[in-house]
Design a protein around this ligand. Sequence first.
Ligand code: FES
Length: 149
Amino acid sequence: MTNSRIVKSQDAGEQAEATYSETAVDHMRNPRNVGMISNADGQASITGPCGDTMEIWLRVEDGVIKQASSWTDGCGATIAAGSVTTELAKGKSAGEAFRITQQDVLKALGGLPDESVHCALLAANTMKEAVKDYLAFRNEPWKRAYRKC
Ligand code: FES
């Protein structure tokens, strides 16, 4: 991995050392697009096998993602993955955002340590579910009021 440095991170109360790219560190420390979008056009929340949860909200206009945001209770790598995934989605069509992959997220972050690659998968999968949510309700948005939470 080029352009990387050692960053201390704390996971599960243990101090671990991992190598992250400058881009990943930037997204960890300055996450973009954080927090809920009220009355979002698409929304999804997924808890991964590690127990961390990610939530993504979308604002879609004329089929184009104008705004995307995320939240997670996960580790720094998960924060970075959510941040960069929302950046990747903005300006894309719903279909293009649906096709954002784990590899796309990893590439945009300049890679992640092996033990954190699943964080990119959680972000990509949450984006897919948020797009599916948008597609399910786009023609009848009033039905959101009746769905089970
Ligand atoms: S450690 Fe599980 S998503 Fe980051």
